[in-house]
Design a protein around this ligand. Sequence first.
Ligand code: SF4
Length: 421
Amino acid sequence: MRILLLNPNRYLHPPVPPIGLEYIAGELVSAGHETRLVDLCFSDNPFHEIDGSVDAFRPDIAAVTVRNIDTVLYQTNEFFLDGIRSFVRHIRGTHNLRVLIGGPGVSADPEGVLAYLEADAAVEGAGEGIVVHAAEELLRGNGQGKVYRRQYSYEIAPSRRTEGVDYQRYLDEGGIAGFQTHRGCGSSCLYCIEADTPVTYRKIPEVIEEIRLLVGRGCTRFHLCDSEFNEDPDYALEFLRALKSSGLAIDWTLYMKPANHSRKLLRLMKETGVSLITLTVDSWKKCPLYWTDIEKIIFSAHSSGIRLVVDFLTGFPYEDEETLLFYLDFFRRLQPDQVGINIFIRLYRNLRVTQLIRKDSALKRGVLGRAEDRSLLRPVFYNSIGIGRMKELINGDPLFRLEGTDRGVNYCRRREEAAGS
Ligand code: SF4
């Protein structure tokens, strides 16, 4: 079978290589199928590019990745599904091909996104172990309207094929390469589409080999695409030891959650080239140990010489200003390198925070956007603190930055700061 793999993601702040599609290409090729990856990120004429690729490759079906539904930023939101749907319609209408969709954006609401995009079938979660079956079923004319979910396994061994992705262009345009050590997250943050997803690990030597290959292609800066690096502290330590003994000289950035860390972990992170930690923090009903963990990791990062910025989501239902002031003082005392404050909570249909808000009519006044659209695919947010009030509370303190007004990500900001210093 020949499968056209399409990356429709044309967002450039920053441009992000389609790592998920590269793993899917590896999976399909390992199963004996032929693939062609068409990356529309920098394309001047995407429809023309699709037509040319279909004419040359003659695929049997197409697979389209959906990285995000939207940018998840309130003030500068960009909604991606309409653009992706125009590609799906073109592939189905002009080329009469069935379309399979997958990727993190699909996993946020598989049935909803499948219907919105008018695609033929969807894969939820990591595609390894299921995408081959889904594609074969679709080719046989089965599975129309179906969402495929793979069975849980502790370990996966995805191969990765980067043909069709112009890494040099990504690097030139401000992007960096990525890699993954595991999929899923065992935490249960009520606002997160990755909460309580099955956690599956990769074999460490294969991850190291993949980094080596990318280094061979000129990539020296990486962003770890795991939800949070420290899902399992033993695995994380083992990975760092292997990376250290590989001798690979890379600079990498990652996300962490306030758990499962130690000074040893942070020291090894520094020794293997970690230059920036983004710590995911929220204010929703946490036990005191949560804040102790945050305190410890900030101190460990300081003493290891790693920059640490906090992504702080706050303004949940039933929180009051006194609580918020407590957290602002907490961060003022600990002095991480920066605290990005997000007071707009993106509501998706399947999230616990959405159910919470729906149950209490008093909370509906905080809902922004077309809440009557029950699919919540088009951006709807919850906000309980006005921007003006938030600015008064942080009172110009440079430690804090209000998220949502610029479109960059932390690793880009870090590079800009380094370039300016
Ligand atoms: S720890 Fe991070 S990835 Fe996991 S559920 Fe919470 S916010 Fe999501």
